[in-house]
Design a protein around this ligand. Structure first.
Ligand SMILES: Nc1nc2c([nH]c(=O)n2[C@H]2C[C@H](O)[C@@H](COP(=O)(O)OP(=O)(O)OP(=O)(O)O)O2)c(=O)[nH]1
Length: 135
């Protein structure tokens, strides 16, 4: 049976309405694909606590995590991911790529120019739809 992981990911939006996108490195699982930074939820943690911890560990900055913007189950060849994307805001510091190969801020309308991890595509599509409604 495939392993099932519960992962939280941060949709961090800045004051210019750009979203932080992170490139998984060649040494990570699902290499060279873009994702929303985050990681696995540990036992006893709320989604928000898990995400704030992961971002602090990975990007060396502080965020405040808010509500779920997209939730999706995706089956990879070797595992099943329950990916939960939360809206988030940068509270202090500047994100630094310590595990990722690259970090970029992109306006919603340009998100489709990146090659995303397959599990992220529904969240990316939802974000781009918000662009059509509000911008
Ligand atoms: N963080 C994150 N992971 C994603 C996304 N999309 C996606 O398929 N994944 C996959 C890649 C990884 O296999 C898994 C998350 O694992 P991870 O390695 O980033 O999490 P972690 O830091 O808690 O892992 P670990 O090193 O403690 O084992 O989910 C996404 O948008 N964000």
């Amino acid at each position: 049976m495939k392993k099932r992981v519960k992962v939280v990911a941060a949709v961090i939006e800045n004051e210019k309405n750009e979203i932080l996108c992170a490139l998984r490195s060649t040494s990570m699982l699902i290499p060279n694909k873009w994702e929303f930074p985050g990681g696995k939820v540990e036992e006893g943690e709320s989604l928000q606590e898990a995400l704030e911890r992961e971002i602090c560990e990975e990007l060396h900055c502080e965020i405040k995590a808010y509500e779920i913007m997209n939730e999706h189950v995706h089956e990879y060849d070797t595992f099943i991911i329950h990916l939960i994307c939360l809206r988030a805001e940068l509270i202090s510091g500047t994100p630094v790529a310590t595990e990722h190969d690259q970090l970029i801020w992109l306006p919603r309308k340009n998100l489709s120019s990146l090659v995303w991890a397959p599990a992220d595509i529904p969240a990316v599509e939802d974000l781009m739809k918000e662009n059509q409604v509000w911008k």
